[in-house]
Design a protein around this ligand. Sequence first.
Ligand SMILES: [Mn+2]
Length: 260
Amino acid sequence: MNICEEMEKRRTRLLGTCTISAFDGMVIVPHIELFRRVLAIGDIHGNLERLLSLFHRMDYCVEDDLLVFLGDYIDRGEYSAECLQYVMKLTEKSSHVIALTGNHEAMMLNYFENHSIRDPMDETHGWLHSGGIQTFESLSRVYWQDSALYHALLSFVLSLNHIAAVGTEYIFTHAGFYPKVPYAKQFDAMLWLREEFYHNYDGEKTVVVGHTPVQFFHKEQTRPIRLQNKIIDCDTGSFLPHGYISCVDVKSMKCWQSAD
Ligand SMILES: [Mn+2]
């Protein structure tokens, strides 16, 4: 069974209910009619100031909105632990908040499989060269001040989901996916795909992703973009000097962004 069939099979089972179900990293939201907006937030990368600025502007309502974070909360920016904590708190308050994993969270978990926050940084690990140094420093501040919070943040990262099927129309994942491949065979694809996915995706559903700053498509681009083959890219370069963190309502295609 390919991933689309797996998601549809699980959605069919939930049709009589409004329950949002998460199993083994796959989230199913059976209906979207009940939500005023279906919001996606692109990459954050430790930029707490831009994250707070976005929330100040987007008029978020925990009862009426479905909110999906597309991953990459950490790395490059100085406030990675604080950004993780902000997203974790929102998921604790409501089941209408879905947090997906990005490749940066996966790299961080890979680091901590063999290293401890109490040891000096292992400069040879690739994560630290992808912006992980800032995250390591931000997490070690938390560790020495509040080790319970540190462990909660790590558990939260371990609990992040890979993909969400929302209603009949939408799929959310960090980077992309192969519609014809089984779910369990494409964890790396969901974290890392870029051009191959943008060029070849021809599925029926709209796919909402982050991962590649829109500035990569056009240098002057600053708002989320919708490609011709039903891909919406919400990553607006939160770590770039003139970048933003963006939120898109995929129902109306309205967009809110952090301040300049
Ligand atoms: Mn990414």
